[in-house]
Design a protein around this ligand. Structure first.
Ligand SMILES: *Cc1c(COP(=O)(O)O)cnc(C)c1O
Ligand SMILES: [Zn+2]
Length: 466
């Protein structure tokens, strides 16, 4: 990079800290292989004097950059020139006050808010990051973009390719583990879909090699620009709370891109004096894919100013391999054992005084049913945040009067198979989809009522059940 650059990429390792120009497409440090950050020299960039100033953008929403829930905050992710920015209308999301769900998890009325990212164009929060990665890819002239995906990243990439017509998308998925809603999106939007034998962790390893070999732009969350877009989830939450800081942010943990991005967002806002306090963060793993929990909570892996002892993680991965242990959960979006953003996440956990918990598939599906019954609904992985908040309240770590924001990462319709199996009366279907994963009961099932095709019988049934 040149010393005159006010935006650059930097290795997060304290012992390396090498820097790279913004125009380079990298997913790791050239020197040491560690993750990269996008770094800004804020002194040389125009900034708002308060977060409230962003509200003015609402009166100019005829401009697509101000309509976008990502790019109206572009002063806080100023890596692209406005002409190069790609938006398909992402980030029109809602922070829903959810009193019924609050009651279920033990929070007082008015204290639980669900940040519903299912309202994004492709139905998950991934669009926030994709519009940023796509913008970077486009600014450096990329023709093809690839990702490995448990489903939502591929749906998002496929949609950005289809809507903009700027790039050809190549998506790698593991065998058999993708929810149909997501697979249908990748296929429908015309992405080249490569299904490999193996799971997400295998697909991730292959796509890294292949994108390097063929010079294809990689949009997984190892891409530091992805996380720049995902910071805006936090800006929108704060905006919805009239710029007040909640007590907790609770987020499901898969590849740990979101939790990492949230930590960066808060740390930058604090550095810039735009907020005076930081919420605590809880990252929730599924019990069948609980690497972060094992490393952070059980083995005390800590950031330590960039000097984290990553041998703890390496040893753990070797144990997983020795036992041939694969990630396994109904929450397929977080069915990941080797989270690529692990190190950034432990940095975020340190900054936000974080905690990590794990929840069972049973707890996830019961929480999901509550979200459906009292809110906008969500896919299984998203409900891990609500199940995790419930657990933290039971443990007394989260207070029942604290203000809590749970991120609902993906849309209710992403994985109808899991939802229908939960509510079904068909024991065979329940066992096949859920029973195998240790789910024993559907505590909040809303079962269809079977009635003969007869007016009187139907009337009787409605009177009985309503
Ligand atoms: C990708 C995804 C996650 C995991 O997010 P990370 O940033 O990888 O931790 C959780 N939920 C849904 C619905 C997702 O698509
Ligand atoms: Zn480095």
């Amino acid at each position: 990079m040149s010393t005159s650059d006010s935006v650059y990429q930097q290795c997060i390792s304290s012992s390396c800290g090498d820097t790279f120009a913004i125009g380079e497409a990298l997913v790791a440090c050239d020197q040491c292989g560690d993750l990269l950050d996008v770094v800004y020299d804020w002194n040389r960039l125009p900034l708002p004097s308060s977060l409230k100033e962003f509200e003015q953008k609402w009166s100019q929403r005829g401009d697509p950059l101000n309509f976008s829930g990502v790019w109206r905050f572009r002063q806080l992710l100023p890596f692209a020139t406005p002409e190069k920015i790609i938006t398909i209308g992402e980030g029109q999301t809602l922070l829903q006050r959810a009193d019924r769900v609050a009651r279920h998890i033990g929070l007082s009325a008015g204290r639980l808010f669900l940040q519903y990212e299912g309202m994004n164009p492709s139905g998950s929060f991934k669009d926030n990051g994709m519009s940023a990665a796509f913008t970077h890819a486009h600014s450096i002239g990329a023709q093809r973009a690839a990702c490995a995906s448990t489903g939502n990243t591929s749906a998002s990439l496929a949609m950005y390719c289809a809507v903009t017509g700027l790039m050809k998308g190549v998506v790698f998925i593991g065998s058999g583990k993708i929810a149909y809603g997501k697979l249908s999106q990748a296929l429908d939007c015309g992405a080249l879909t490569v299904q490999i034998t193996g799971d997400f962790d295998d697909a991730m390893a292959r796509v890294k090699e292949i994108s390097q070999k063929l010079g294809i732009y990689l949009v997984n969350s190892v891409n530091p620009f992805r996380l720049e877009g995902q910071k805006t989830i936090i800006y929108r939450i704060l905006e919805s709370l009239d710029w007040e800081i909640p007590d907790w942010i609770v987020v499901p943990g898969g590849n740990l891109g979101n939790s990492s991005a949230f930590g960066k967002a808060f740390s930058e806002l604090k550095e810039l004096g735009l907020i005076d306090r930081v919420p605590r963060m809880a990252v929730i793993n599924a019990a069948g894919a609980d690497t972060l929990y094992q490393l952070y909570d059980r083995r005390s892996l800590r950031w330590k100013n960039g000097d984290a002892d990553m041998c703890i993680a390496r040893d753990y991965y070797q144990e997983l391999d020795a036992q041939n242990q694969k990630a396994e959960t109904i929450a397929s979006a977080i069915e990941i054992n080797r989270p690529v953003n692990l190190k950034k996440c432990i940095r975020a956990l340190e900054f936000c005084d974080g905690v990590v918990r794990r929840v069972s598939d049973q707890e996830i599906l019961d929480a999901k049913a509550q979200v459906g019954a009292g809110g906008l609904g969500c896919e299984p992985a998203s409900a891990a945040s609500v199940a995790g908040a419930k657990l933290l309240i039971e443990e007394g770590i989260m207070g029942s009067d604290e203000r809590v924001v749970c991120i609902l990462t993906g849309h209710q319709l992403k994985d109808p198979t899991a939802t229908v199996a939960y509510h079904t009366t068909d024991q065979e279907q329940f066992d096949r989809v859920l029973g195998q994963r240790g789910v024993q009961r559907a505590s909040f099932a809303n079962r269809a009522v079977v009635v003969p095709n007869d007016v009187e019988e139907i009337v009787k049934a409605i009177q009985l059940y309503s």
